[in-house]
Design a protein around this ligand. Sequence first.
Ligand SMILES: Cc1ncc(C[n+]2csc(CCOP(=O)(O)OP(=O)(O)O)c2C)c(N)n1
Length: 320
Amino acid sequence: MTVRAGDAGELALLRTMLLIRAVDDAWGEAYLREEIGGIPPSLSTGQEAVSAGACAALDDGDFVFTTHRGQAPQVARGLDPRQILAELYCRRTGYNKGKSYHVTDVARGVIGMGGIVPAQVPVAGGMALAQKLRGTDRVSLAFFGDGASNEGAVHETANLAAMWTLPLVLVCENNGWCISQPVSAAVKAPSIAARAAGYGLPGVVVDGNDALAVRDAVAAAVARARTGGGATFVEARTTRLGGHLAHDRQPYRDAAELAAAWERCPIRRLRERLAAAGQLDDAQYEAMAAEVAREVAAAVEFARASPYPEPGEAFEDLWA
Ligand SMILES: Cc1ncc(C[n+]2csc(CCOP(=O)(O)OP(=O)(O)O)c2C)c(N)n1
């Protein structure tokens, strides 16, 4: 099977989700082994369908703006796991030459990753405005969390996107948690997407553990944006399975709730769906998973074998 990240078919979506999880696992394990330091990894375990589905709805040349949980969309956009992991290992062969921890690949439309909640959303709006003023048909997509959805920058961006009919897709990745605060303690309304009406935008709620449903909902929003219809607010409901960061053992979480959430694992779900449709048997799944594991193991070795940047390089590639 030769499916690659960036393809929109069902098998490709499954492989993308497996690759996202494997890259995340490799990063988290490297941190817990103290092989890499810095801020603990923010992983997307359980949320893979949101990035895989949403990015599958984009074309080459479109733009993606990611959160602190940025590895999933980077992988889904087809970035090279070797260069992603090299960046996370702070090596010179990484996407940002090992100097930033924040993966950027302008050629693939991945415009950095934001540690400041939700600073990437107005920047995505700015990119959408730039594309509109230049007369291109490129679409910008901003991911942000349920916690971020309560911040002013999201509201300001959504309002301007509506006023200026911007080619923007706002994807609220509602994983149920803002660190240790459940969304029910931060959002009174039954739906975050319902806020879209207040901006004059369409709002859509989609099952964020169903990669095909996410792909189709975002594809509709992308088509609307690309043809001059303006922005859409998509709320993809999923569940964070791991801790907020890799070292978080989630003592604040109910064991039964977490166990039930694992039952909804998006990878397992798509695998079972494809198996039921006769498109994937156990041997084919195992072969796909093994191939992904080999790719990520090789990426880890590539990162480990790569040199660190020289101290003086800290003063290169600066832009202000
Ligand atoms: C402006 C700002 N405030 C607080 C933080 C600390 N912080 C980092 S991640 C995070 C939680 C964000 O929750 P959510 O938007 O739901 O995204 P999730 O972590 O669930 O993916 C917070 C509060 C930050 N990075 N930036």
